[in-house]
Design a protein around this ligand. Sequence first.
Ligand code: CTP
Length: 400
Amino acid sequence: MLTGKKILIGISGSIAAYKSILIIRLLIKAGAEVKVVMTPAAKDFVSPLVLSTLSKNDVLCELTNNDSWANHVALGRWADVMLLAPLSCNSLAKMANGICDNLLMAVYLSATCPVIVAPAMDEDMWHHPSTKNNLNRIQSFGNTIIPVESGELASGLFGEGRMAEPEFIISFLEKDFNTPKLLSNKKVLVTAGPTYEAIDPVRYIGNYSSGKMGYAIAESFYNCGADVTLISGPTNLSIHQNIKKINITSSEEMLHQVMLQQQQADIIIMCAAVADYKPSIVASNKIKKNNTNWSLDLEKTTDILFELGKIKATHQTLIGFALETNNELDNAKEKLKNKNLDAIILNKFNQNNPVFGSDENEITIIESSNATHRFGPKTKKALAQDIVQFIISNKLHEEV
Ligand code: CTP
């Protein structure tokens, strides 16, 4: 399955660098072509001679060698995939910040192929907030992270931070290469996050939506090869650079952008928590307090999903979300019918499952036939994969 694949291995300075020897052996055995780039620090942990002998290629380390220049651009273009294993804490920080002070980083920054990383570090470093930020950052650039394992660490301590085992890394690569891009001819529109409805220049009506579910859905579609546009209310999330992101603030802006984008879309998922009401008048100056109570006059916003249901084209699949606190299934089924949807995703909302802001959730997908399918509790990323797989396996994305 890896036969003929061109794999560029990047090794950085970590005790786990010894495992790269086995990774290269397994790749060569599987019929892959392997080239190796290492950081100067990695040389302290593993010998370039061993790596070049096993990979059957020269090992590159320096940007320049005497009078010649290592062509980092060509290397990044040669590879089908770049695997950084082990990825040290230091190299991770450089990747997150675009620091280009060695050949490995120059190759990474100019690589046009997918990049997969297998981090390795001590537990305290692994749990440091800066590591978490850097991991989120490189993930938002589109890099894939192979999870670390728990076990004995170089420090002698036990905990999280060990690089995944070579066999696991190889099977991860095989899976990645063999995931079919089933939606490569589809255009997908996803909305996410809250809307803010202005009261005056300093206040708004909003909700607790974090946008996590919608962002995860957009990424899952992208991973299946779809051309994805994400229309997002205010969140602090970032998304893969190849996903077109349109930022909006109010429900009116969301409506405007959705209507501009909807015609081209084959699949539309309205995951955003759009406000149902907005202030009838937006004060141009800050409203001052006085000694009496204050009531705000609200008017209905446009139900974007309802409007989309009215103009749904035959090639389009329209999916909505429902957030209910009581009579959940019946209410969701009514929305499914009224809004002319192909499916609706019901969020389970209770004290144990607050939905908004949380990383986990529990959902029920209801089809237009009223058949129901439960998923979770699990992470929103895992649920996003379930939703996309559900659409594919139930052929919801195919024209009828
Ligand atoms: N929705 C929308 N435009 C709105 C309000 C909601 O497009 N102005 C969409 C949401 O994105 C979601 C679906 O409608 O996909 C259902 O949203 P939800 O808040 O559960 O229900 P509502 O239709 O707003 O009804 P209610 O709040 O009364 O339950």
